[in-house]
Design a protein around this ligand. Structure first.
Ligand code: SF4
Ligand code: SF4
Length: 219
């Protein structure tokens, strides 16, 4: 049932609006026998016994949920070659137009990824990114994943456009910096088609890459 005022109009409160005090309104009194200062200090006193919620960040780093959407990482294969094949699907999937990709051709002398193409230029604009994760869903090679790193603030716009060099996962032990030939087989399918005999710990690599990406200093 709607609330109506004396003139028959629907009251703002009936529509869910907050009713503002009018000039001349008498402030409502709390039903307490304590004097006003006692009521006020009572609130302070009660707070002393409540659980402290102060976060001591940045001295104590904030631990995020495991699936937190933080800074992106471009992952590598176990031999160090890049997983990105420069297909631009992540850029097309991005609703904020935050990703810029330009592919390049691998050659026999200069190979950065298995197969024909690699991501020659890769940029993510963190002034636009809304961390929705659609880009990592679109990536066909699981090159692009998101880390738990949320410290992305800066004092100028240019430094918030991250380049490929900043986004690449660091080289883990046993990896070799590209360009170099394919070490896991002669065919790019050796990197993607797996049998129980040729299984590669790519998921473990992804997790390791995420963990290792955290301490990387941003230029
Ligand atoms: S997380 Fe969302 S907004 Fe950010 S780059 Fe990926 S698709 Fe674009
Ligand atoms: S990150 Fe993935 S989706 Fe984006 S260009 Fe590279 S391979 Fe394609």
């Amino acid at each position: 049932m709607s609330e109506r005022d004396g003139r028959g109009a629907v009251s703002p409160r009936a529509n869910g609006a907050v009713e503002r005090p009018r000039r001349g309104d008498v402030p409502a009194k709390r039903a307490s026998r304590l004097p006003a200062p006692g009521q006020g200090f009572g609130v302070t006193f009660a707070q002393i016994f409540r659980k402290v919620t102060t976060e001591e960040y940045p001295e104590v780093p904030k631990v995020t949920k495991p699936r937190y959407h933080g800074r992106h990482v471009l992952n590598r294969h176990p031999d160090g070659l890049e997983k990105c094949v420069g297909c631009e699907l992540c850029a097309w999937a991005c609703p904020a137009d935050a990703i810029y990709v330009e592919g390049g051709d691998n050659t026999a002398e200069e190979r950065y990824s298995p197969g024909e193409r690699y991501g020659r230029i890769y940029q993510i604009n963190y002034l636009r990114c809304i961390f929705c994760g659609l880009c990592i869903e679109a990536c066909p090679t699981r090159s692009l994943t998101m880390s738990n790193d949320f410290e992305l603030a800066d004092d100028n716009r240019q430094d918030l456009i991250y380049t490929k060099e900043q986004l690449m996962a660091p080289l883990l032990p046993g990896m070799e910096a590209p360009p170099h030939p394919m070490r896991l087989g002669d065919d790019e399918r050796d990197y993607y088609v797996r049998t129980p005999d040729t299984a590669q710990p790519t998921d473990a690599l992804g997790v390791a890459g995420r963990a290792a990406a955290r301490p990387v200093e941003q230029a």
